[in-house]
Write a protein that binds this ligand. Structure first.
Ligand code: IPE
Ligand code: IPE
Ligand code: MG
Length: 249
């Protein structure tokens, strides 16, 4: 029986965030260059998107390239940037067919022009789609995002558009790149590491964490459905007691 049959459609997560880790190790296990792991990772991205779309998950955020990843060897960074161009061009028609809208969060200005152009084309082409929204976190880190939000708020205060009394959680959220997007209900990390690596630190304040040993290139629809089923077995208390939660339902 597929895990999809065990999913309670009335309690679907609205937003799943994924740290796609383990491409390098997947390649190493096969005596291949890390780049092969990244290529295989693109197929896993396709499966994750299709799985989220089939399960009718409104938002799927994929940690694709972190601010810290710029510190990797130049050849690997270049290979990843080139792979992105290829992947985005290949996948866009299928994304449109599946009614998937793509968004990007991160410091996009650091990307090479050709990568940015390929992405822009994909963002524009899919902007009319109304199904699952896929958010690619690219050249992204949470500390970068929060620093930027803080600068923008201080700027507005300086201009007199805002007073310090108006600074609250909602205002801060409205300055994050995830503005308007519900916080992730579940954060998935593949590859076995038990850390969040500067990803959506504000937004995952109350997310359910799900770690799997599975390496990203091995991830498939079933892996995603399994994570959703696990998520649905949790009791989210948001600081309340279990009794308060069960009384409500
Ligand atoms: C994740 O896989 C992909 C990116 C960070 C771009 P890794 O490349 O980190 O794979 P491992 O962790 O070395 O196995
Ligand atoms: C996290 O993976 C970033 C992405 C998946 C894009 P890393 O492999 O870069 O994470 P660390 O540095 O090992 O924590
Ligand atoms: Mg890694």
């Amino acid at each position: 029986m597929s895990y999809i049959d065990q999913i309670d459609k009335t309690r679907l997560p609205k937003h799943i965030a994924v740290i796609m880790d383990g491409n390098g190790r997947w390649a190493k296990q096969r005596n291949l260059d890390r780049t092969f792991g990244h290529k295989e990772g693109v197929s896993a991205v396709r499966r994750a998107i299709e799985g989220a779309s089939r399960a009718e998950i409104p938002y799927l955020t994929l940690y694709t390239f972190s601010t810290e990843n710029w510190k990797r060897p130049e050849e690997e960074v270049n290979a990843l940037m080139a792979l992105m161009i290829q992947a985005v061009a290949n996948e866009t028609p299928e994304l449109v067919k599946n009614n998937i809208r793509v968004k990007v969060i991160g410091d996009i200005d650091r990307l090479p022009v050709a990568t940015k152009e390929a992405l822009d084309h994909c963002l524009q082409t899919t902007s009319v789609c109304t199904g699952t929204t896929v958010i690619l976190a690219l050249s992204y880190s949470s500390k970068w995002e929060i620093t930027k939000a803080l600068k923008d708020i201080v700027h507005d205060v300086g201009l007199g558009k805002l007073t310090d009394k108006e600074i609250n959680e909602e205002l801060i959220e409205s300055h994050l790149s995830t503005k308007g997007i519900p916080n992730p209900d579940i954060l998935v990390r593949t590859g076995g590491e038990l850390r969040v690596s500067n990803f959506l630190l504000w937004q995952i304040a109350y997310s359910e964490l799900y770690f799997t040993e599975e390496l990203w290139p091995d991830f498939n629809e079933e892996s995603l459905y399994r994570a959703i089923v696990d998520y649905q077995s949790r009791e989210r208390r948001f600081g309340k007691t279990s009794e308060q939660i069960s009384k409500k339902s």
